[in-house]
Design a protein around this ligand. Structure first.
Ligand code: DMJ
Length: 470
């Protein structure tokens, strides 16, 4: 049982256990899937992701986890491979601009930040250039062929797709001194923030958006999640200098509290306006971490304590996802009130695809409160994964039904398993010095980026100046 002394030093035997699973996953990828996007751990081969098109997803997404966990040699091996194999030239067909930005571009930038090898930045710059045509036809196009520059005809996308690539493009602009990267991401952010100002209620976004419409449902789950996260993290990334963006985040948090955050029978929920009432889904579980980080970085804000209370409440609701009888978490659970008071959580989506959000929020809660309870919860999660999702021949796999006694495996080790889930589970048990939450920022794909006052700042549209404001 760790003591409070271990806050500084971490829990060495647990950190070592997570490191072993990072290597277990990485070695399986190396052996059976090297160069491809994803390991297929059951059929023991590599596969191309429809989102990434063959850009060596797992390899690039994993690099900064490997460095943080002490496997620098493995990252150097990737650097040598990337010298001969530019990811941009490997892809086939159209890729998702958002997923490629957060996983591949973010992965290369995180690799450069933590490892320092120049090839990572060179490949990031090439990829950034190949993505730029997606920002040149109107506001944004969600898919692009990286080799030809041909973009998808659709002008319909999610708010998260457009609102969560700013950390990556701003850092790329700063490192390469190429203003085009900054302008592309700034233009899209400003466009979205104007839409948020004229939304009803203001600041709350629907998941799907076009130049004229926005869907009416409001929640914090898939499709909108990392838009909220990036309001806070872009402010943090720029050295916390831009008061207008801080105010925008604070007003957004106020609106989320006013309209969506609800407590039922002592359990905190993000109650969406549609079918999301009294339920919790894994993707929404980034939210405890976001509210905790905002609260910790803005100690003078009059609602800092409210946001920390919400973070703790949501964290405990999110942890319920792991309280399935046998295995790792389910994707979604609903709270059902009992007849004579009290109630319980019922699994409403029993799939598990090795998602990171609960581990992510536990890490941020642990670091911002220094309460070792969150580290203990992280250890429970780690053991759940190790017991139920580890494939004996190598790697980890998702599960089709976590309620089944012997669930069928899903033949995919998602790239975010090493990039995010294992990174957060490792950092929870590692010494505090392994990562500094104030001097670095973790992207939505958990890539390590610099916090610096040298970051160019994108002007935030104001309510008064917005032609759309009511
Ligand atoms: C990851 O790719 C990122 O965390 C993204 O922001 C949300 N979805 C997945 C993991 O669930």
């Amino acid at each position: 049982m760790p003591t409070s002394d271990s806050i500084q030093t971490g829990v060495p035997n647990r950190a070592a256990a997570v490191q072993a699973e990072i290597l277990w996953s990485w070695n399986a990828y190396k052996k059976d899937a090297w160069g491809s996007d994803e390991l297929k751990p059951v059929s023991r081969r590599g596969g191309r992701s429809a989102l990434l098109g063959g850009a060596s997803g797992t390899m690039v997404d994993s690099i900064d986890t490997l460095v943080l966990a002490g496997f620098r040699d493995e990252s150097s091996r990737v650097a040598r491979w990337l010298k001969q194999h530019p990811p941009t030239e490997h892809t086939k067909g159209q890729v998702s601009v958002f997923e490629t930005s957060i996983r591949v571009l973010g992965g290369l930038l995180g690799a450069y930040t933590t490892h320092g090898e120049p090839i990572f930045l060179r490949r990031a710059e090439e990829l950034g250039r190949a993505l730029l045509p997606a920002f040149r036809r109107g506001v944004f196009r969600p898919a692009i062929d990286l080799r030809t520059g041909q973009v998808s005809p659709t002008r319909r996308y999610t708010v998260a797709e457009l609102g969560s690539l700013q950390l990556e493009f701003y850092e790329l602009a700063r490192l390469t001194k190429n203003r085009d990267f900054f302008d592309a991401a700034c233009k899209t952010h400003q466009w979205l923030l104007r839409r948020a100002l004229r939304a009803d209620p203001p600041y709350l976004m629907g998941g799907t958006i076009t130049s004229t419409h926005m869907s009416t449902e409001r929640h914090m789950g898939g499709g909108v999640d990392s838009y909220y996260e990036y309001l806070l993290k872009v402010w943090h990334q720029g050295g916390r200098r831009q008061d207008e963006l801080r105010d925008f985040y604070q007003k957004t948090s106020d609106a989320l509290h006013q309209h969506l955050i609800r407590v039922h029978d002592g359990h905190t929920f993000v109650s969406g306006t549609a079918a999301h009432k009294k339920s919790i889904d894994h993707l929404t579980c980034f939210a405890p971490g976001m509210f905790a980080l905002g609260s910790a970085l803005m100690p003078g804000w009059r609602h800092a304590a409210r946001d920390m209370t919400t973070a703790k409440g949501l964290m405990s609701t999110c942890f319920r996802l792991y309280q399935t009888p046998r295995h790792a978490s389910c994707e979604e659970a609903r709270y059902v009130e009992g007849k004579g008071g009290g109630g319980g959580f019922r699994v409403t989506n029993p799939v598990n695809i090795l998602r990171p959000e609960v581990a992510e929020s536990l890490f941020v809660l642990f670091r911002t409160t220094r309460d070792t309870r969150y580290r203990e919860m992280g250890w429970v999660i780690f053991e759940r994964f190790r017991n139920s999702s580890r494939v004996p021949s190598g790697g980890y796999a998702g599960l089709q039904n976590v309620q089944a006694r012997r669930p069928r495996r899903i033949d995919t080790m998602e790239t975010f398993w090493v990039a995010e889930t294992l990174k957060y589970l490792y950092l929870l048990q590692a010494p505090l010095g392994a990562f500094d939450l104030e001097r670095s920022v973790l992207s939505t794909e958990a890539h390590v980026l610099n916090v610096t006052s040298a970051m160019p700042l994108c002007k935030v549209p104001s309510r008064a100046a917005s032609p759309y404001a009511k």
